[in-house]
Design a protein around this ligand. Structure first.
Ligand SMILES: NC(=O)c1ccc[n+]([C@@H]2O[C@H](COP(=O)([O-])OP(=O)(O)OC[C@H]3O[C@@H](n4cnc5c(N)ncnc54)[C@H](O)[C@@H]3O)[C@@H](O)[C@H]2O)c1
Ligand SMILES: [Fe+2]
Length: 390
């Protein structure tokens, strides 16, 4: 059924292929820029990926003005301000994020700080608070999960309040996303599995959350097919570039889907689990996804049933039977990934302590994602899901 009204937006130019990175400086020239600040982290740099990006600058008029490689897993306002200062000190004219969601979102927020001419990131927390377009911005993802290269969102950690802060604006989209499997083949199996399950969570939640529409549905389904086809193989055979490229595309498609339809209770609780217990985003989502789907049987069971064929699950029986078989397929994938990489399937295995469950539930119900979930998420409902997943 069509929604009475919907909007859909993805203004990002996408370059996808085994040699996509070789077009980097050509794209910079098209954007009219030539001095880049690269935002990355130590793991990405140690994997040799910045060397690979430097090579792509060979023979061009473009240059790297500076490299910031100290992005932490969930960076905060202090890091964002440091990155923005480096951009201005080195007189760079564009941002290139090379990394997973942590580096991409740090670059997004530093870009905001530069164009808004302030060091108070908090002013822009929430929805549509930006007033100026970003500086030219290229993203080269090195994980296949967040889809942040095509989303209008950024997530930053607030150390003081142990929560994750979300920023969303139509002005936050990068200009270019370069999907090149050279940049993900170095990802260790457990990070491959966890980030891939983040992509699956985006696609599944996008398919039944309240702002869903026919366009986001198409992206979500394409992403789910690719995840079920390629995530386990990418985890078992890290050097398989075709599977890596398939997962980069899955992540991108799921990112486009959820940036428009938004996500639900799984993300609400995953953000809180990350904030309170420091569980990485993909791991938290992977653990919580089947429980979040079950929570939505009453209001969105028919939609969950529609996903079964794209997950290789049973498509016979009642709608509820089919929804249950979709959830079973998600659990089976998570278990296979656990065997392949050690990916946890319970919050207790991911380092969450029993005495943190109530704080996670309290934090989760204040997360914006819960408001887009079909089923109402009260404290009791959130705590029940968390206890089941513990
Ligand atoms: N903005 C959005 O739309 C959005 C969506 C979902 C999640 N997020 C945020 O993204 C963050 C998580 O991002 P992530 O899951 O991509 O992980 P990440 O960026 O934190 O990276 C995880 C680890 O993997 C390493 N790594 C990354 N790529 C590698 C590679 N190719 N080879 C070797 N090591 C590599 C990194 O060094 C790091 O140690 C969270 O803060 C989450 O809240 C944002
Ligand atoms: Fe996510």
């Amino acid at each position: 059924m069509l929604p009475e009204y919907y909007e859909f937006l993805c203004p990002v130019k996408i370059l996808s292929g085994l040699k996509a990175l070789s077009n980097l400086t050509f794209e910079m020239e098209l954007l009219g820029v030539k001095k880049a600040l690269i935002v990355t982290d130590k793991g990405v740099s140690d994997a040799g990926l910045i060397k690979t990006v430097k090579k792509a600058f060979g023979g061009s008029k473009c240059e790297i003005g500076a490299i910031y490689d100290k992005t932490p897993p969930d960076s905060g306002t202090d890091i964002v301000n440091e990155v923005a200062k480096l951009f201005l000190d080195k007189k760079c004219d564009c941002f290139i994020a090379v990394g997973g969601g942590s580096s991409i979102d740090t670059a997004k927020c530093a870009n905001m700080i530069v164009v808004e001419g302030t060091n108070d990131l908090m002013k822009f927390q929430g929805v549509e608070r930006l007033t100026k377009p970003l500086k030219p911005f290229v993203v080269i993802p090195t994980t296949a999960g967040t889809g942040s290269e095509v989303t209008s969102a950024a997530v930053i950690y607030d150390r003081k309040n142990k929560t994750k802060l979300a920023f969303a604006s139509g002005l936050l989209f990068p200009d270019i996303a370069i999907l090149d499997p050279k940049m993900t083949v170095t990802m260790p199996p457990k990070i491959t599995a966890a980030t891939g399950m983040d992509a699956l969570t985006h696609a599944v939640e996008a398919y039944y959350c309240l702002q869903k529409n026919p366009v986001s549905d198409a992206y979500a389904i394409a992403a789910i097919r690719l995840v079920f086809d390629s995530l386990l193989d990418s985890t078992l055979k890290p050097k398989d570039e075709k599977k890596r490229l398939a997962m980069l595309n899955a992540s991108l498609l799921a990112g486009i889907a959820f940036s428009n339809s938004l996500v639900g209770v799984v993300h609400g609780i995953a953000h809180a689990t990350g904030g309170v217990a420091r569980v990485p985003h993909g791991i938290a989502n992977s653990i919580l996804l089947p429980f979040g789907m079950e929570n939505n049987y009453d209001k969105a069971g028919d939609l969950i049933a529609e996903l079964a064929p794209f997950m290789g699950a049973t498509t016979t029986g009642s709608k509820l039977d089919q929804a249950k078989s979709a959830v079973a397929a998600v659990r089976e994938l998570a278990n296979e990934l656990k065997a392949a990489s050690g990916l946890p399937t319970k919050l207790s295995e991911a380092g969450v302590k029993k005495d943190q469950l109530e704080e996670i539930a309290k934090t989760a119900i204040n997360d914006g994602s819960c408001t887009m979930n079909p089923e109402d998420i009260t404290y009791e409902v959130a705590l029940d899901i968390i206890k089941q997943a513990f």
